[in-house]
Design a protein around this ligand. Structure first.
Ligand code: ZN
Length: 150
């Protein structure tokens, strides 16, 4: 990865960590799932408003490391307006990006989420980045129990 690109990615992560987007309790949420990554101590509560198979609104509360906070902040921005199926497909691409060392991954298809591609060099941080998405997956499947990465 080019150094200046890496700096830009880090700047986006810092920005989302300092000013998380959609950091609020959602009063009209019809999905609410808690996620926990015991390896790092990241905790979040994800709120969704899903209507007719479309994610109308997404928000979260919780506390975690910079990677987990930036990841869930970016995710709540990006999944708004997506269908459940589109969100699941994005999760699959995101998982490939963070766990595969293949250069085949199309970072452009991931848009802003590409800023988290660097975590695959740090296996311990992959769970920080994917916690939000595992929690989203459970929320979309309407599972009530808390999600844990262990
Ligand atoms: Zn973490």
């Amino acid at each position: 990865m080019f150094e200046d690109l890496r700096d830009l990615y880090q700047e986006v992560i810092f920005d989302h960590n300092r000013n998380p987007r959609n950091f609020r309790v959602m009063e009209n949420a019809n999905r609410k799932v808690e996620g926990f990554n015991p390896l790092c101590g990241d905790r979040l509560t994800l709120y969704l408003n899903v209507e007719d198979g479309v994610i109308k609104d997404a928000s979260f509360q919780g506390s975690g490391c910079a990677i987990s906070t930036a990841s869930v902040s970016l995710m709540t921005e990006i999944v708004k307006g997506l269908t459940k199926q589109e969100a699941e497909q994005l999760f699959e691409k995101f998982r490939q990006m963070t766990t595969s060392d293949s250069e085949e991954i199309n970072l452009q298809a991931l848009g802003k989420l590409a800023v988290l591609a660097g975590v695959r060099e740090y296996p311990a941080r992959v769970k920080c980045a994917t916690l939000a998405w595992h929690t989203l997956d459970a929320a979309l499947k309407n599972e009530q129990k808390a999600v844990t990465t262990e």
